[in-house]
Design a protein. Structure first.
Length: 66
């Protein structure tokens, strides 16, 4: 339900071992983003939104490009 240039923001991608303790927890939002991007070329991760490296949504800023 987004148009090109708009964002889909996935929250709490920092849980379940991201960015630390990689062997802990069940699949969560971070893994869902990775799976979503595999099958959807309309979105890209916009890492420019993480320029201060302090976020609860690492990799969760998905910008619609098509």
């Amino acid at each position: 339900m987004t148009s090109p240039g708009q964002y889909l923001i996935v929250e709490d991608t920092n849980t379940n071992g991201h960015p630390v303790n990689p062997g802990w927890g069940d699949p969560g939002p971070y893994e869902a983003v990775r799976e979503f991007l595999k099958g959807n070329r309309n979105y890209v991760q916009d890492r420019s939104r993480e320029k201060f490296r302090v976020t609860f949504f690492p990799g969760g800023w998905l910008k619609r490009v098509v």
